[in-house]
Design a protein. Structure first.
Length: 726
């Protein structure tokens, strides 16, 4: 149990040396420290330390007479007893007579102890302030999460009442609902939705990314608190016994403070870095939010570790230069601390946005290895302290790491107990440059839901078997006969069209959404993957090297490959989009998986949705055709408005338009701002969910446009973004 930080701060700031002296605090220890400087000439230097020699001295062990006896000494006799000054005592003179320390000697000993223990206590307190800060932030996130669930609860209550009254549920519920107060709209406009500045949030700024405004303000507050707590409240005393030079004394305090606070930040680094984010479950934060907090806490902790190491290096160098430093480098705790700091700096260097984006596998491997080194070396660095007092910040990191790995294993086993034998079918469409992966999930315990994602490992190549990447679930193909396993919400309204067996009538685009008939008997998760470098490029290679039985190859016109995969998931949480009367999806490329995963829920009987508008920026007509040809039934619903923008392909789209008559196909990039404005004006004061998933520039444009419409008085606008934050 730790006392309130505010009470401790108040007490430590207001507690002066004079008050400590009056209260008797450190009086005995001050006397003891003063007397320890007495060195008597009847002891042998070979007996060991100064304290050991003092205990062997006959003079030191002579019982002092009561104060009343001393008080009876005549003043002139008392005056003849030698007074030991601080300057003389600090030289440890060899004494052959009884001495009395000067009052100034005691005062210096007292202030030395008072300042040292004050700093020690305040270091601990400030370290715990890091935990208190994030506890407050998480509490705010939890409260906000609960408040955001009110519309969902209202909707469920309405559906319950409608069912009991035997009245048909209206897709338009609640059509005239004005759910957002002026204060809430003000917060969304100025705090929770906007980018920090320059309308750049998803787009990188050089080799850096800038979090949203609410995240940036939280991070700024955290950094500011760390700077303040590392820069203030140091008691540098004149004549300090331990560190006579005041600048060395200050370095000692600063080094201790930054080292302790750096270590106190460790639990939050590991907690925010979990894949199985408990905080996401209770606060509703996205993966990107936790990842941003993880990075910034790690950055602050690394800077503090550097200051800590530099400070101690300076102090050691001051004692005796390179020779003394060499001696310290052989001390177990010292070189472990140096390795910890160097490893933390390397993690920081290899975690810049450009390297994470271009060499993710290398970044991840180095990140894990160096993190393990940091934890181990930090453990041995603080091992010199008694009772393992600093392990309170190390053990939680280990527990979080073990807990996360255990949950990952459980997710893998829950998907398929025979995880080593999960077979997936990967198809590569050369025209659209798209990989489709079908993964049977008949043995999965956890149900797939809209908007969730899975981590996929490919076991065919053992050298890369450890690599895994997250992919959003596009939809679920039904079991043969029209039923699905588990929750049916992610699957499309209509099962994919049966594939044509005539090679004259088939194309690679057609085969993309038509897996072999032997795989139709089991429901499958479908992932749409745009190949780039590394992991996804190897998927193309595997898909092009068909490993299917010869009897099935004759049915397939496009490249097919059967893969052994390991599936970890599902992750994420489903957004309550079905409670919004109006939905606008702004997506690019494989971001089409997001509206596809939600579409059935949004058009279901229990949904409040009246309008779903999908604006999709896609490079090629072939990509557009391969994804949507088998989902014509979705477009027959009058609530769905589909608008596709082909940005690069110049091929004719006549055939495509004849198949998808309800799809509006245009050339060039969409005008995101205009689209958001049009849909918002049509919705009026009804609630509108704007969801973006695609290129960073498109997402930032959608975010900016949503903020602008809030500023124009459309308080029902809510912005969501679905993306993997590198």
């Amino acid at each position: 149990m730790h006392p309130s930080p505010f009470l401790l701060l108040l007490s430590t700031w207001s507690f002066s040396s004079a008050e400590a002296l009056r209260s008797g605090k450190w009086c005995f220890e001050g006397c003891e420290l003063t007397l320890n400087y007495a060195e008597f000439n009847d002891t042998k230097l070979s007996l060991g330390s100064h304290k050991t020699r003092a205990c062997q001295s006959q003079m030191a062990n002579v019982s002092l007479p009561p104060y009343e006896v001393i008080d009876e000494y005549p003043k002139d006799e008392r005056g003849e007893i030698k007074r030991l000054s601080a300057d003389e005592g600090l030289r440890f003179p060899r004494l052959g007579e009884i001495v009395i320390p000067e009052e100034g000697f005691f005062e210096r000993a007292f202030t030395t102890l008072d300042a040292a223990y004050f700093e020690y206590d305040i270091h601990q307190l400030y370290g715990w302030c890091m935990i208190y800060f994030w506890a407050i932030v998480i509490t705010i996130g939890l409260v906000t999460r609960l408040l955001s669930l009110i519309p969902t609860l209202r909707h469920q209550q309405y559906q319950h009442v409608s069912t009991n009254l035997d009245t048909p549920s209206s897709p338009g519920f609640p059509r005239n609902q004005r759910t957002t107060s002026a204060f809430s709209a003000l917060l969304k406009r100025h705090l929770t939705i906007p980018a920090l500045f320059n309308n750049r949030c998803s787009q990188p700024l050089g080799w850096c990314t800038v979090p949203s405004r609410i995240q940036s303000l939280t991070i700024f507050s955290f950094v500011l608190i760390n700077v303040v707590l590392c820069s203030t409240n140091y008691r540098v005393t004149h004549g300090n016994f331990y560190w006579p030079q005041e600048w060395i004394q200050l370095w000692r305090y600063v080094s201790d403070r930054t080292g302790i606070i750096s270590l106190a930040n460790f639990p939050m680094i590991w907690l925010f870095g979990m894949r199985n984010q408990v905080l996401m479950w209770i606060t509703g934060w996205g993966y990107g939010t936790c990842n941003n907090f993880h990075r910034w806490v790690a950055r602050v902790s690394t800077v503090q570790a550097v200051v800590h190491s530099v400070g101690y290096t300076i102090m050691v160098w001051e004692r005796g230069g390179w020779k003394t430093l060499q001696k310290y480098l052989h001390k177990h705790y010292f070189w472990n601390g140096e390795i910890t700091t160097i490893s933390m700096c390397l993690i920081l260097a290899f975690s810049v946005y450009g390297l994470r984006r271009s060499h993710y596998e290398v970044f991840l491997a180095l990140h894990i290895i160096l993190s393990i080194i940091v934890l181990l070396t930090m453990y041995y660095h603080v091992a010199i302290f008694t009772a393992g007092e600093w392990n309170v910040f190390i053990y939680p990191c280990l527990l979080v790491w073990v807990f996360d790995r255990a949950l990952r294993t459980l997710r893998i086993l829950s998907f398929d107990p025979k995880f080593w034998n999960t077979k997936a079918v990967a198809t590569y469409d050369t025209h659209s440059n798209l990989v489709r992966m079908d993964v049977p999930f008949g043995n999965s315990v956890l149900k797939p839901r809209a908007g969730m994602y899975y981590y996929i490992y490919v076991l065919n190549d053992l050298f890369y078997a450890h690599q895994n990447h997250p992919f959003t679930l596009a939809y679920v193909t039904p079991r043969k006969g029209g039923t699905t396993h588990g929750d049916a919400s992610p699957r499309p309204l209509l099962r994919p069209r049966p594939r044509r067996t005539s090679s004259a009538e088939s194309t690679e685009s057609d085969s993309l959404l038509s897996p072999p008939s032997s795989y139709e008997s089991s429901p499958s998760l479908v992932f749409l993957i745009r190949p780039y470098d590394g992991f996804t490029s190897r998927l193309v290679k595997h898909a092009s090297q068909s490993q299917l039985p010869t009897s099935l190859r004759v049915l397939i016109e496009g490249p097919y490959g059967q893969l052994r995969v390991l599936i970890e998931g599902p992750y994420g949480h489903t957004l309550p989009l079905h409670t919004y009367p109006n939905i606008l999806f702004i997506v690019g490329g494989t971001g089409i998986a997001v509206p596809l995963s939600h579409i059935t829920t949004l058009l279901g009987q229990d949904s409040a949705v009246t309008t779903v508008r999908i604006i999709w920026a896609v490079r090629e007509h072939a990509f557009l055709a391969s994804v949507l040809k088998d989902f014509e039934g979705l477009l027959d619903d009058e609530r769905v408005i589909f608008e596709a923008h082909v940005t690069q392909d110049e091929e004719s789209k006549d055939e495509l338009e004849s198949v998808l008559k309800r799809v509006r196909v245009e050339a060039g990039r969409p005008d995101v701002r205009t689209a958001v404005e049009e849909v918002t004006r049509e919705a009026g004061q009804e609630r509108l969910a704007v969801m973006a998933c695609g290129p960073a520039q498109m997402a930032d444009q959608a975010r900016q446009a949503s903020v602008e419409m809030l500023g124009k008085g459309y308080r029902g606008v809510e912005y969501f973004e679905e993306s993997f934050k590198w």
